[in-house]
Write a protein that binds this ligand. Sequence first.
Ligand code: AKG
Ligand code: FE2
Length: 312
Amino acid sequence: MTSELQITPEIEELGLEEYARELDRDGLTIVPPEVNAFGLDRIDRIVERILERAHEMTGVRFTLDEGPLEELEFPEREIPPEIREQIEAAGLLEAVQNPTQFLIQKLTQLDRLFRDLALNPAALALQNYLMAGQTRLSSANCFVKWKGDFGYGPQLGLHADQGATPTPWGAVAHTANSTWCLTDYTLAGGALAYVPGSHREGMPAPPPERVKDAVPAEAPKGSVIVWHGATWHGAFPRKEEGLRLGLAVYHRHAATLPQEDVPGHTTEEMVRDCDNPDVYRVIAGLTDKFPYRETQSEIVPHARQAAAAAGG
Ligand SMILES: O=C(O)CCC(=O)C(=O)O
Ligand SMILES: [Fe+2]
């Protein structure tokens, strides 16, 4: 099958053709640290900020080798009985009641390092390839995950991220993910799971039997995993001590709603304090016409000056 997506000048300049072809074929590609060139020194600084923030949010210290140093519990949630039955039938009760991960949100506000990560030219070029040049930020969240046999349950939580947008889907992505591996991604370590080629199925979730087609996205720390919003993915449970940290820079096509109100919370100060203010302004959605924030975004007519003078 030939692609309807066009290789862009940025893809060629950055030598990313093979990654673009893989995205097209499999719906996912892994760009290693030596190709994405973000730099492992900055990845290390990001890991430090994440561990600090995890401590601030939970009151518990985390280390890469040991995970959370104290036992954690989530606030109890009321689940209506009929929903609880559905969750139980899907084999997900344990995942819902005792997850072994949590999310740190709104990271582009926390430190410029996260804005610089979102500006990585290789990751952005692949996002713009998937979205025909119209990529914007949707959210930036870190998945902090530790040992747990259950994870997302027997179905590995397989889903397509662009499930909220209407089908039929086309080649151009409504959303797409650039997840940065802040630690090594391995099968036993709880790597991302995905079904190669599933972006062509055009369905928000696979039928249960397709879990057998899921493979791990194994990658060394500092890699960025880029996948189409239609690609079925989830994750394997982490069987080892320690942490798996995955930083999801989630993108949307300009015509799709963001998860975070990125345009609303991006200040001029944040834009100036990053690697590339002009590009950041665009991906944050600040140069878009919609949604407008002025009371009146279109021009308004008034009585003609000459007529007003003659009449008065
Ligand atoms: O836990 C994971 O690695 C999968 C996360 C996920 O579904 C996503 O980032 O869209
Ligand atoms: Fe997802």
